[in-house]
Design a protein around this ligand. Structure first.
Ligand code: AMP
Length: 199
């Protein structure tokens, strides 16, 4: 993987473990020569990971919708001009498509609706076979346990195939998550269970 897209909170969360994980991931990407692609925000975990990666000599590519430009330069953390590269796009949808196009893999750190939505959308694209890139949840402090349980529930209740459920990699440790992602081989199967149930 040459570039990883990180989805993460535009808030930093209350537990310092979240901030620490964002810093460590940013530094590790820089150390491994993996470029960081993200939403270009300078707020919350987004600003923290970008700062950490840049400070460690890494490459950071930010993709930002025009409408968010003003809101996110609010003077903290990363100065947009300090990013290695910034692409201004016309909508949130274009941003996600561009991040997906640029990256070889995706990691979600803890976050809120935006983070959940971005990660679930990229999973959805994976299960439809639109891409075969690895997708991992960095399960810091067990933050994603309830979401993983929700995925299992969707399998148990016949909304999600186990093979597609398996596309959502997860690990509490950055190194092991990256190792899982490196060895990941997508095996997209039809997302629909209907035919099987009718047999
Ligand atoms: P959230 O988890 O709701 O804080 O949303 C964070 C995710 O959604 C990031 O990965 C961004 O791509 C996108 N996003 C939401 N709000 C912002 C914001 N204020 N600045 C930049 N990106 C944002």
């Amino acid at each position: 993987m040459k570039r990883i897209c990180v989805f993460c909170g535009s808030n930093a969360g209350t537990n310092p473990l979240y901030r620490a994980a964002a810093e460590r991931l940013g530094r590790l990407l820089a150390a491994r020569g993996i470029e960081l692609v993200y939403g270009a925000g300078n707020v919350g975990l987004m600003g923290i990971i970008a700062d950490a990666c840049l400070d460690a000599g890494g490459t950071v590519i930010g993709i930002i919708p025009e409408a968010l430009m003003g809101k996110e330069v609010a003077g903290r953390a990363v100065d947009h001009r300090a990013l290695t590269r910034i692409e201004v796009v016309n909508s949130m949808h274009t941003r996600k498509a561009r991040m997906a196009e640029l990256a070889d893999g995706f990691i979600a750190l803890p976050g809120g609706f935006g983070t959940f939505e971005e990660f679930c959308e990229i999973l959805t694209w994976g299960q439809l076979g639109f891409h075969v890139k690895p997708m991992g949840l960095l399960n810091v402090n067990g933050f994603y346990d309830p979401l993983l349980a929700m995925f299992d529930r969707a399998v148990a209740d016949g909304f999600l195939r186990p093979q597609n459920r398996a596309m959502a990699l997860a690990d509490s440790k950055i190194e092991s998550l990256l190792a899982q992602m490196e060895s990941y081989r997508a095996e997209p199967v039809s997302k629909w269970l209907k035919e099987e149930k009718q047999l």
